[in-house]
Design a protein around this ligand. Structure first.
Ligand SMILES: Cc1cc2nc3c(=O)[nH]c(=O)nc-3n(C[C@H](O)[C@H](O)[C@H](O)COP(=O)(O)OP(=O)(O)OC[C@H]3O[C@@H](n4cnc5c(N)ncnc54)[C@H](O)[C@@H]3O)c2cc1C
Ligand code: FES
Length: 269
């Protein structure tokens, strides 16, 4: 049986628009709180995207090293720029954070499937860098007053673009520095999901332990939850099979093609 064939019970109605490869100029970078968090501004590509879709970035200056491009959520796109929000965790992200204005980055996108965003009530659950795909969504949503966001973070709030989202939204941030804080955050996540489940759609993005907690409560409350999984990706286009996740039908599917956004009840984390 071909276990990679079609995404099993994973939603296939929101196929991604066709990705393109473009060479985009770096317009500038801006540090957020420290040199390890950087907003990268690129020339805007010609294509449109859905929140939750991502791009593969590879500066021309890399030559053959690093070999593989790196995946990043598209934070927002305006007539003037496309913004990517990067946390430096290794060599690729460090080199990206140091790109000079005027240098060129090879960008493949938009990739994957983004969030289905209803106009009705929306609860956003973001953990750390999981805030990145929600920035443009919140800014462009026609009814920001219908959005609530719970944001959990281990580092100081100044590193994240939390305050940029519209003032009409209901926003709550939780700083977790100790194990006790983490337990409290997990409890608060559970309460928010339980209370919000009958009202609308829940969108989540963040590190795997965070997503597991979200999924646990989503299933327990039968809440409608979409989660974005950020598995490691090498090609971003379905070829290397490095990013597979297991569906609830026991099939392995590429998260770069059939995700990164999945219904919480369709995959095994
Ligand atoms: C769909 C998607 C969207 C993403 N969006 C963003 C974003 O908006 N902003 C951002 O800063 N990062 C994002 N990431 C993560 C980002 O791609 C990685 O941090 C980056 O590729 C690391 O490259 P590096 O060369 O600096 O680190 P490497 O040298 O490759 O790795 C350094 C360390 O980071 C860990 N790591 C690498 N990739 C991941 C990953 N995907 N998940 C967890 N740990 C990882 C490695 O295990 C290692 O410990 C996203 C990833 C995916 C798949
Ligand atoms: S990253 Fe290569 S198949 Fe998904």
């Amino acid at each position: 049986m071909n276990r990679f064939k079609d995404g099993g019970q994973v939603d296939k109605n929101t196929l991604s628009n066709k990705p393109e490869c473009s060479s985009l100029k770096v317009l500038g970078t801006a540090y957020a709180g420290s040199g390890d968090f950087v907003h990268l501004y690129l020339e805007p590509p010609l294509w449109e995207f859905s929140p939750g879709q991502f791009v593969m970035l590879r500066p021309e200056s890399w030559g053959l090293d690093p070999l593989w491009p790196r995946p990043f959520s598209i934070c927002e796109k305006t007539a003037e720029y496309m913004r990517i929000f990067i946390q430096v965790v290794g060599r690729g992200t460090r080199l990206l954070s140091l790109c000079d204005p005027g240098s060129t980055i090879n960008v493949t996108g938009p990739l994957g499937r983004g969030f289905r965003v209803p106009e009705g009530p929306l609860l956003i659950l973001a953990g750390g860098m999981g805030i990145a795909p929600f920035l443009g969504l919140c800014k462009n949503h026609p009814y920001p007053q219908k959005i609530s966001m719970l944001f959990g973070h281990r580092l100081a709030l100044k590193h994240y673009p939390f305050e940029e989202s519209p003032g009409e939204m209901h926003k709550e941030s939780m700083h977790q520095v100790s194990e006790d804080d983490l337990k409290t955050f997990a409890q608060v996540l559970g309460e928010r999901i339980r209370d919000f489940a009958p009202k609308g759609e829940i969108l989540a993005c963040g590190p795997m332990p965070f997503l597991k907690v979200v999924q646990k409560y989503a299933l327990a409350c039968k809440a409608s939850v979409q989660i974005s999984v950020e598995t490691r990706m090498a090609c971003g286009v379905g070829a290397c099979l490095g990013c597979v996740v297991k569906t609830n039908e026991e099939e392995m599917v590429q998260s770069c093609l059939y995700g990164p956004v999945f219904a919480a009840d369709k995959i095994v984390l």
